[in-house]
Design a protein around this ligand. Structure first.
Ligand code: SF4
Length: 92
């Protein structure tokens, strides 16, 4: 059995489906995040408080590599945006 801090084969090939619909990732991640957030329907968007509480957990997580979640391949911030999203490691 693999240790918890070692990625599985499945994790290695996961990607963010939201990223797939954006032509290119701008250098300004804030601008990119804002664009993705804007693509969500209003009722799908997590509120500021929920995003903050999720990000607080991500910031302490051993799967967070410079803002990218190694468990799912998404930017942590972007994963936190959609209210229906879940942490792949069930931390939030
Ligand atoms: S989404 Fe979950 S597994 Fe990924 S960095 Fe955040 S807390 Fe960790």
């Amino acid at each position: 059995m693999a240790a918890d801090n070692i990625r599985t084969e499945n994790e290695r090939y996961r990607f963010c489906r939201l990223c797939d619909i954006i032509d290119s990732i701008p250098e300004d991640i804030g601008e990119y995040a804002e664009k993705l957030y804007g693509l969500l329907d209003e009722n799908e968007r997590a509120g500021e408080e929920l995003i903050r509480s999720r990000m607080d957990i991500c910031e302490e997580c051993d799967r967070n590599m410079h803002g990218t979640c190694l468990a799912c391949g998404c930017y942590c911030l972007i994963r936190c945006f959609a209210v229906a999203q879940r942490c792949p490691k069930k931390k939030w």
